[in-house]
Design a protein around this ligand. Structure first.
Ligand code: CO
Length: 141
């Protein structure tokens, strides 16, 4: 069974502009917004906006072959892209998803939190792209 909701992924044309929106419109302090980093294997830049009980993951394309380029062509202002739940063991979760007939979109790879992740096709979950991420060992401290 899935665990804690870790974050909601939002694809944006500009992470810096999106950070400004969370600061100016929603009052999130600068200290709650992480630096923008690159995750080349995933083809994205990312930053987190930390709120009391969760995170918004802002993702911006990195390179022409970024997997979120098409999403942003359909949603030029950005949009809600995925929802991420934690699991105890990513390989066990992958095997269970496959056994249940779900379409797992990638082999486990290291994600933005430094723990392995997989994505489950939106067709399996009412149109929502689901990310499963192994819970960080020193979680939620
Ligand atoms: Co994510």
């Amino acid at each position: 069974m899935i665990g804690r909701l870790n974050h909601v992924g939002v694809a944006v044309p500009s992470i810096e502009d999106a950070k400004q929106t969370y600061r100016d419109l929603y009052g999130v302090p600068e200290s709650a917004i992480t630096e923008t980093k690159e995750l080349p294997p995933a083809g994205v830049k990312f930053a987190f906006v930390n709120v009391d009980n969760s995170q918004i993951e802002l993702i911006e394309p990195l390179g022409e072959n970024s997997p979120i380029v098409n999403f942003l062509q359909k949603n030029p202002k950005g949009g809600q892209h995925h929802v991420c739940f934690e699991v105890a063991d990513i390989y066990a979760a992958r095997d269970e998803m496959v056994a249940k007939g779900a379409t797992v979109l990638n082999e486990p790879r290291i994600g933005a939190h430094g723990t392995p992740i997989i994505f489950i096709h939106p067709k399996n979950s009412n149109g929502v792209l689901i990310e499963l991420m192994e819970t960080p060992k020193a979680a939620h401290g």
